[in-house]
Every structure is written in structure tokens, then in C-alpha cells.
Design a protein around this ligand. Sequence first.
Ligand SMILES: Cc1ncc(COP(=O)(O)O)c(C=O)c1O
Length: 405
Amino acid sequence: MPGYEFWGAEERKEVNDVLETGILMRYGFDGPRKGLWKAKELEEAICKNFGCKYAQLLSSGTAALTTALSALGIGYGDEVIMPSFTFVASFEAVISVGAVPVMVDIDDTLTLNPEAVRKAITNKTKCIMPVHMCGSMADMDALITICKEHAFILLEDACQSFGASYKGKMLGTMGDAGTFSFDFVKTITCAEGGVVMTNREDVFIKSEGYTDHGHDHKGADRGADLHPFIGYNFRISELHAAVGLAQIKKLDTFLTIQKRNHRQLKTILSQVPEISFRRIPDPAGDSCTFLSWFLPSEEMTKAVVNELRAQGLLTGNFYWYDNNWHYIRKWDHLKNAVTLNALHPELKAKIIHHATKDFAASDAVMSRCVSTAISLLWSEEQIKEKGEKILAVIKKILSNGKVTA
Ligand SMILES: Cc1ncc(COP(=O)(O)O)c(C=O)c1O
């Protein structure tokens, strides 16, 4: 999902604008910055592109989640229901605000299973956090219904799905708040960066202050700002915002290429009836950063992954089941609640409890899933070659009577 593949003169120009003024900070220095406000400009572009009222840029997607949770008032004792397949940042942010990450099973959408969400509800549940993994979406109608029934907060972790939508609404704009990451391997990049989007003025005002030590940003003199609450420094720099500003102007091009390449690869893999594909609740809204496919059994999938590796073809194909960053199976630090500072014993016990539950239903999906990252740089011929090589590996394993389906 890499905007970095399309890096060029546009990014250099935006960065040079900032370097020429020498004002690398997003706040203050009103005179010397000569009217350049790259972070503000990018926030406006995000609101315009995504149809949300407010956007607060910050230093990372992780900071965006932490900020959103804080601005939504989630903290001590609250339970946040989230999926077993995500990136470690999702639970890091929940723990950082003192809340409990309640992991639940995913289904063949690779996102929250709404039935599993219902089963995990307790009188401590405060928030549901769908994570729109690998460029595509959770079953938002079902999750929104649950949130409405129980008056839960809905926070979308859309860090991996910039530009994807669900039934005409952009991911990240459907709940109380949504987040994107602009790290180096995201659909558009700032090198490092993130954003909190919201339609709620109160959440925006709190997010804005929280990312800048609680400043109220009411005047031109930072030293005279009041601090209505305690915040942190999660600011983005003007240099990073400048990169993102060039990138967001290319978003439509990125999405068009991704969708075209995704379609071609999917057509090739569809030739084998044993291959099935991730269920996408609204296929028109898929940003197509990945093509995620399933084989009939764990044994077969592992054999295919091993053969892809042996033939030097595994790069760009992700077997998340064995990945240390993305799936609960390998999160031993979470399962043991290993932190550098002491946690409240009650929080620690709850973290361990929820991370060590039975995730057989998620295992049944993830152990059979491979996600192929879609490159913007592939030519038609390269996709054909790549697809046919993957097919040949799959056919070889399928024809081996020893591997069970
Ligand atoms: C689902 C998800 N959430 C949050 C993040 C955190 O974003 P960042 O790397 O910008 O901190 C990521 C990054 O990969 C992610 O994939």
C-alpha cells in the first residue's frame, strides 16, 4: 500500500517551500512562515476528500489512536472491543490510556465478527474499535447497529485503509472518530504521521489540545495559552505535512492503479477453484491495497507459503498467521502483559485474560489466509508473470496427494 512508490518532484517542491521559510513547526511563527501552513492545508484537504468536519494531524497513527481514545473519554476500567487481527498499535493505544483491550474473533472479512462482538459485551464495555485491515472494511452496518443499541462509542482504526469506503461513506468518518496512519508503507505517506478525523467538535477540540501539551490555541502567543487539561507532544512537523500534501493530491491515481492491478491478479488466481477470497462487505469501496486469498486448509496454506519462500516468491505475500506484528497468536508480550512500567494489577490481569482466550475461530481463518500486497509499479506483464508463478505453486501443492485439503 505504498505511496512511497510514487515519490517525486511534487513532494520535493512542498518540502522545499517549508525549507525556504525555515519554519518547521506547525504552530506559531506567524510572520516568518510567510503564509505557509502545510499541516493546516493537509487537514483541510483531508476534510474535503473524506467529507468529515474536522481533522487533526499528528506524529503517527499510534498517536492518533491514543489521542482519539483520550478525546473520547476512554480510560480507567473501560473495555474496548477490538479484533484479534490488527497491528500492535491498536492495543498499545488502548493500554496507554488505562483501558482494557478486549480481543475478539474475526471472520472471513478479516475484521470484527459482529456476533463475537455481541458475546464480548459487559457492563464495562465503552467502545467498539473495528480495524479496517489491509485496505478493506468491517461490516459497518452490523457494528453501527450494536453501538446504537448500547450507546457505545465507535472508533474506527482505518490506519490501513486510506481512501476506502463503505456504502458511499469514507472509512474513518462513520463513527465518533476515525484514524489513519501516514507511516512509510501506507497508501499515502508523510514518512511518519497520522490523523484523527471526527464530525464532533468536542472531540476535535480535545484532540487538538492533547497533541500539543493541552494548549488551547486561542491566541498567537503560545506562552499565554491556557491548558484546560494535560496533554502530550504528538505534533506533526511542517516537513512531514508537506510530504503528505503532495501525496494526497495523487490519491485518486494511487487508487485507480491499485484497483486495476488488484482486478488483474484476482482474475488470474480465480482460475483455481480451491482458492477463495476475503469477503468484502462493500466491494465497490475496497481500496485494493491487498488481495487476500484463502486455501482450503492450514496444512495446504503452509505448504504453499513454504514453496513460495523456497522459490524466492514470498516477498509481498504475507502469511499473517506466523507474523509477529499482526496476529494475536504471536503476541506473547501482550499475553503476559509485559510493560516497562508497573500496571495496575487489575488492568494487568484483564489484559492477560482477554489476550489468552480461545481464538480458534480466528485461527481457522488466519491459518488459511495469504495477503498479496498490490504494487503501484507493476506492469500488466509483471502481474501476469507473478500471478502465474503463484498459481503454479498452488497447483503443485494441490496435486501433491500428501497435503490435506
Ligand atoms: C491497523 C493499524 N493501526 C495503527 C497503526 C499505527 O500507525 P503508525 O505506524 O503510523 O503509528 C498501524 C500501522 O501499521 C496499523 O496498521
